[in-house]
Design a protein around this ligand. Sequence first.
Ligand code: ADP
Ligand code: MG
Length: 225
Amino acid sequence: MIEFKGASYSYTGGELLQNMSLKIASGAFYFITGPSGSGKTTFLKMCYGSLIPNTGELRLFGQDVQTLSRDDIAMVRRKIGLVHQDCQFLEHLTVRENIALPLSVSGQERFDDNMNLKELLAWVGLKGRAGAMPAELSGGERQRAALARAIIMSPDIILADEPTGNIDWEMSQRLLQLLIELNKMGKTILLASHDLSLIRLAKSQIQARVLRITNKRIQLAGADL
Ligand code: ADP
Ligand code: MG
């Protein structure tokens, strides 16, 4: 689904990520870890097709990103759910409206997957907060609302960029449990985090793989972490 072959990325000046070659396995749970500034967000942006490697190859769902048309990119993104670090809600819309936004944007009245909007709100523990404004939510609630919005279109892959960066441990654990549940339903998860406790907790429950960025290289970390 996501495959890098000898790909490198640089903004300006020197290379940030060098010679990446890796294949994201469908249905797996990945942590993307590395110090602040090492390129975790940049890596996820490439996986989303919003940044393109300067050299080498990147394939998203079998297609070379260099050759993707605007429509192809839209198709790719329909299969990917994104949880931003800062959630990015429309502050003048309610929580329910924000979560349902991808549906209205794509012209669907309701989503007809296994879960309806009500069930989705209950699943993320926000049933009673549906009518609230984003500013009224706690940090943990905001992240769960962002996760609900990311999965409302039933994506195959969920990319989450340090979603637990600004929330307490209890809320981080709760968010992780939701991601683990999604993974058990068959979703591929890419979770950027430098929280070792979170990685350990995940590893005690599922077979999480760890992609670590060090010295501009991204590699699968050994079992010892
Ligand atoms: P991380 O998510 O691991 O903290 P990032 O991918 O956000 O790392 O950033 C990696 C490096 O690239 C940082 O040094 C950052 O300042 C730089 N960077 C990020 N975005 C841009 C940009 N749009 N233009 C130039 N440099 C950038
Ligand atoms: Mg980042």
